[in-house]
Design a protein around this ligand. Structure first.
Ligand code: ASP
Length: 344
């Protein structure tokens, strides 16, 4: 008996992939999503059924925010049982943030959710959009012999590589290879054959139904350290009204200045029940507090480690955990534990 064709839902949020050039001004703006499918008649050749849904007002992903993440999560929630896989077209600028956020919001995910986009609009002669879109749909359609999805996680596909979404960072504004995942190997590579690296795929932990978390708390701040950072700058950030947590992007393996004012400010914030997270500003490797004297003090005063998480994953995980209003102690434990494969 013939297997039924996989049903794929294509969700268009905006971004370069579906944009056209204004002939007069030369600037890019979003166009009617129906035109996207007309641009790629090849989609009809794929052995799956594709349905589409688009944001009412497609956006440049620089305008993405937690409300949009909830909108995407709800589209998936409402159509979860009717589809075998989801492909989300998204601007590349903040795609790693959205993919990371969705990975935390979609608990017990047992189907593929693949983010993709393009550096050049779909109508451009030299576009990378077609390959990215077609292969993403193929990956979202993959089933094993038991007809269950091969991919059970939120991924990002770009320029021949499939990555775990919450491990990615946009590293290039010019090259077609715009993303990288320095702390986790790619999940699949598209060449003459589509090679799946099964050993790195997320393994389902249970058969619980999908649980969609929609509460995100963005009363947080991100501070990137630099030589010469001033006390008044950090103090101003830490005094921001309603602030719940701060991610400090430190040097190397989690190092920072040992000047007294810096440690005193952090200590004071912790006694005021603010969470302080140490994340490295390096794109590869992670935080090892205590490896150097300059990070040992942070450990002693109760700073939380982002380990080898990307800043994108750290920010969205923090919003997700704060949104779940868990106790301070549990937040530290949960933050330092891998929930969706975001930490080694
Ligand atoms: N500015 C665009 C966006 O992120 C760039 C892109 O689509 O790649 O929406």
């Amino acid at each position: 008996m013939n297997k039924p064709k996989p049903q794929i839902l294509l969700i268009y949020t905006g971004g370069t992939i579906g944009m056209v050039k204004n002939a007069e001004t030369g600037s890019l703006h979003a166009f009617n999503f129906d035109n996207l499918l007309k641009q790629i008649p090849e989609l009809k050749l794929l052995s799956c059924e594709i349905k589409t849904v688009a944001f009412k007002n497609p956006i440049d992903s620089s305008n993405m925010n937690p409300e949009h993440w909830v909108e995407i999560a709800e589209i998936i929630e409402y159509s979860y049982d009717s589809f075998d896989g989801f492909v989300i077209l998204h601007g590349s600028d903040t795609m790693s943030y959205t993919a990371s956020a969705l990975s935390f919001m979609l608990e017990n995910l047992a189907k593929p959710v693949i983010f993709t986009g393009a550096q050049l609009p779909i109508g451009d002669l030299r576009t990378d959009a077609k390959e990215n879109l077609i292969t993403s749909i193929q990956i979202a359609s993959l089933k094993d012999e038991e007809n269950t999805p091969v991919i059970n996680e939120v991924c990002l596909y770009f320029e021949y590589k499939l990555y775990r979404g919450n491990r990615t960072t946009k590293i290039n504004a010019e090259h077609f290879q715009a993303f990288n995942s320095l702390n986790y190997p790619c999940l699949a590579e598209s060449g003459v054959h589509l090679k799946i690296n099964h050993q790195y795929l997320w393994k389902l932990k249970n058969t619980e139904p999908l649980k969609v978390h929609k509460k995100l708390d963005n009363r947080i701040a991100l501070v990137k350290l630099y030589p010469g950072v001033t006390e008044s700058y950090l103090e101003t950030v830490l005094k921001s009204p309603e602030l719940k947590a701060v991610i400090i992007e430190t040097f190397g393996s989690g190092n920072c200045t040992t000047e007294a004012w810096f440690l005193n400010l952090l200590k004071k914030a912790i006694t005021e029940e603010k969470h302080i997270i140490n994340a490295t500003q390096c794109v590869g490797g992670g935080v090892h507090m205590g490896q150097y004297e300059s990070s040992n003090r942070l450990k002693e005063i109760g700073v939380i480690s982002a380990k080898d998480m990307t800043t994108e994953a750290a920010i969205t995980k923090l919003m997700f955990l704060l949104g779940n209003s868990i106790s301070s102690e549990s937040l530290k434990t949960a933050f330092e534990t891998s929930l969706r494969g975001e930490i080694a």
